[in-house]
Design a protein around this ligand. Structure first.
Ligand SMILES: C[S@@+](CC[C@H](N)C(=O)[O-])C[C@H]1O[C@@H](n2cnc3c(N)ncnc32)[C@H](O)[C@@H]1O
Length: 318
């Protein structure tokens, strides 16, 4: 079925719509919700057991049989409009009333937006030689080893808390590069929160520049550099890597495979002869195509590392 008959909900300023539908339609529904000003929805697909382990390219193709749920929270006065729109949209997508189901429940948004809740859940962690902690942890509460480099995160929305496997692979590489003798200059492509730039500067790189098209990135990265006392070594701007110039002895590009492949020419030009490139955010099934695109730019693979399904590599420019 379709939308349950208008439920009698207790007084609540927000209503959570949980819409179960066949996989492959979730992206269209998320797009429709955003287009009609119902806000950002999340979509979750329940993958068959073992799929992640097989990691074959064909296994990445969604199957309609996998159950999927799209969740969106709307202010109560908007709920009737969404209740009316859903059957129309889903019919337009070709789904019958048997194909989908909508469950509504009151949503205490205030409880979820209380910052103290996620702040309690967020724990500092060690990665390579860095101890990554947030600006709401007092440094003196962390038990640091003599060799630890504290790396303070600035709270914000740009990508990069250090908890993602790709960021961890990049941090490990930076720590090794710096321990071996920091490169004099480093370019951080897709800087996000600024975590890699700041880690490089803390490791002794004297000039670090980073860019990201995310409108929140540069401000957050500048604030993070200031928190860590490395502002004088770091500069950030808003833009894609196409906007970067010069040739760099060290480049970190923790992006995703398709952006690395499409931008391989630009990335290749940014690495100085003899310079090193770290490229990460590459799912195993995209490794061959990404490595070939970089090889075509005179970049020779030195090493490959992995964490879960994510791979990263270090290349040197001939
Ligand atoms: C996986 S995040 C990495 C963030 C951070 N460097 C880290 O390692 O945690 C990739 C970042 O690349 C940015 N990005 C996407 N397209 C880009 C482009 N063409 N040029 C530069 N950055 C880009 C995204 O906005 C995102 O912040």
């Amino acid at each position: 079925m379709s939308s349950s008959a208008a439920p009698q909900l207790p007084e609540a300023p927000w209503v959570l719509f949980r819409i179960q539908l066949p996989s492959m339609w979730d992206e269209s529904l998320v797009w429709l919700l955003a287009e009609h000003d119902f806000g950002s929805a999340s979509a979750d697909t329940t993958y068959p057991a073992g799929m992640v382990a097989t990691a074959l390219p064909s296994a990445a193709i969604p199957s309609a049989a996998w159950p999927c749920e799209v969740c969106v929270s709307v202010a109560a006065p908007r709920a009737p409009a969404l209740r009316a729109a859903l059957p129309i949209w889903l019919a337009q997508l070709g789904l019958t009333e048997q194909d989908w189901h909508c469950h509504e429940q009151p949503h205490d948004v205030a409880a979820y937006s209380d910052p103290s809740l996620w702040q309690q859940a967020w724990k500092p962690f060690r990665c390579a030689g860095y101890v990554v902690h947030s600006d709401f942890h007092a440094l003196k509460t962390l038990s640091l080893r003599a060799t630890d480099i504290p790396l303070t995160l600035k709270t914000g929305s740009a990508f990069g808390t250090g908890s993602h496997p790709t960021t961890r692979l990049a941090l490990k590489t930076l720590h090794k590069w710096c321990a071996d003798g920091p490169p004099p200059r480093l370019l951080d492509v897709g800087t996000g929160s600024g975590i890699l730039s700041v880690a490089a500067a803390l490791g002794g790189v004297k000039e670090v520049v980073g860019m990201d098209p995310d409108p929140f990135s540069a401000a957050q990265a500048n604030a993070m550099a200031a928190l860590n006392g490395v502002s004088s070594a770091c500069s950030f701007w808003r833009g894609g890597f196409e906007s970067a110039a010069g040739q760099w002895p060290a480049v970190v590009a923790n992006l995703v495979a398709d952006i690395i492949q499409e931008g391989a020419g630009s990335l290749g030009r940014l690495v100085a002869p003899g310079g090193k490139l770290f490229a990460g955010g590459i799912l195993e099934c995209h490794w061959e195509a990404t490595a070939s695109a970089l090889a075509a730019q005179d970049l020779k693979i030195l090493s490959r590392s992995g964490c879960g399904r994510w791979l990263a590599g270090i290349w040197v420019k001939s």
